[in-house]
Design a protein around this ligand. Structure first.
Ligand code: LRH
Ligand code: MN
Length: 395
């Protein structure tokens, strides 16, 4: 039975939780085989932001939208920021894009040709200008660079070129900015990615300085990787800047977070709660940015994002209900099963009534997905958004 005190503390923490939505989740996406369209899909950054605002309207905990440049390139970013504020949300992390230019076939920040590296660095200068115009403080860099065959290039020389390029990007930052460096084990290259794992991202972040932090995308690891261990270690060294939450069964599937492995998401949030890293960092800096990075290839986008947000809330609520005194006592006593049970008991708790109470106390419907479905908004979008070109990954 959860103590009233723990329940009350859990509600307080859940009330303060925020989850950042990816603008690209509101556009069409797919695989190399097919990208499906759907009635009412957003056609530009303004409509993507309006869709994200719907998710915040029904969940109350999704007040930021991360942008991807150039997918969300507009003439007037300050106007886009103002529009977002009018919709009740803010612009979050600005994502650079080094994976769609022909010049980057053999690398971008790691390329042997300085002119190609300068081009990639200049792209980040553009992203920093977008941050200044929108009030964003997070520059998110996923490095897609890599090689496909052993011997194709000098792995160490690429690292040295990368370190120099990252230093130049880091120098572009304002004091309140962060550079979030995302790693990925494979794809779009299939022999060696130049930032394949958390260790490589951390090595570069430590070399850069305090404003450089690691992004952990839950879909970017080898199968059976203990991701919560990586979370614990990055928190321990103060370099976990953000999550890209999604779930996977095989590769970088970008499915709804918690859909494929809810217990893994719970174990990850358990390490976050154990380290008291749910809210802003003790030193007042932003702390861990809980972002989604997903594609709704076949399901409707707004309901998919609402479901993703409520999945993160459920995993967080379960982690907040762990009896940590009992857990720590069992761990100290070497009570293997007792300690494990402290976690599995919390995981087995139905937290939906607690979250319904949280939403009602915030003036929201207890079931955001049911409320959105009943709103008829999806049908209105399909009726209103006729003509034009639906936004799509890569376009
Ligand atoms: C790369 C990635 C990265 C984004 C992209 C949309 O796989 O996770 O975070 O740039 O997806
Ligand atoms: Mn990602």
């Amino acid at each position: 039975m959860t103590s009233p005190d723990r329940r009350a503390r859990a509600l307080d923490a859940l009330r303060a939780q925020t989850i950042e939505l990816p603008s690209w989740a509101f556009g069409n996406s797919g695989t190399r085989f097919k990208v499906f369209g759907a009635p009412g899909v957003a056609r530009d950054p303004w409509e993507k932001i309006a869709d994200a605002a719907q998710v915040h309207r029904y969940t109350g905990v999704a007040p930021r939208v991360s942008l991807h440049i150039p997918w969300d390139r507009v003439e007037d970013y300050a106007a886009l920021g103002t529009f977002a504020a009018e919709q009740g949300v803010a612009i979050g992390a600005i994502n650079s894009n080094l994976f769609q230019d022909d010049e980057y076939r053999l690398g971008s920040l790691t390329h042997a040709d300085r002119a190609v590296r300068d081009r990639a660095i200049a792209h980040h200068a553009e992203c920093v200008e977008v941050m200044r115009a929108t009030g964003s403080t997070d520059l998110k860099l996923w490095l897609p660079d890599g090689t496909n065959y052993a011997g194709q290039d000098d792995l160490r020389a690429r690292q040295d070129r990368l370190a120099d390029s990252l230093q130049q990007i880091y120098a572009l930052l304002d004091p309140e900015h962060r550079l979030l460096v995302e790693y990925k084990i494979y794809e779009p290259y299939f022999y060696a990615m130049d930032i394949p794992d958390w260790g490589t991202s951390l090595v570069h972040c430590l070399a850069l300085g305090d404003q450089a932090q690691v992004v952990l995308d839950t879909g970017h690891h080898a199968p059976s990787t203990n991701i919560e261990f990586i979370v614990m270690q990055l928190l321990r060294v103060g370099r976990l800047g953000a999550f890209d939450f999604n779930s996977r069964n095989y590769g970088d599937d970008d499915l709804i977070v918690g859909a494929a492995d809810p217990f893994q998401l719970f174990r990850i949030m358990n390490e976050i709660v154990e380290a008291d890293a749910l809210g802003r960092a003790g030193d007042g800096t932003a702390g861990v940015n809980f972002m989604l990075d997903q594609c709704h290839n076949i399901e409707p986008k707004i309901p998919g994002q609402i479901r993703s947000v409520t999945n993160v809330q459920e995993a967080t609520a379960k982690a907040l209900l762990v009896d940590r005194d009992a857990l720590h006592a069992a761990q100290q006593a070497g009570d293997v099963l007792g300690a494990h049970a402290a976690l599995t008991d919390a995981f087995a708790t139905d937290v939906r009534p607690l979250l319904a109470e949280l939403r009602e106390s915030a003036g929201l419907h207890p079931d955001p997905n049911a409320a959105y479905a009943a709103s008829g908004h999806q049908d209105r979008l399909a009726a209103d958004r006729v003509g034009g070109t639906q936004a799509s990954w890569g376009a």
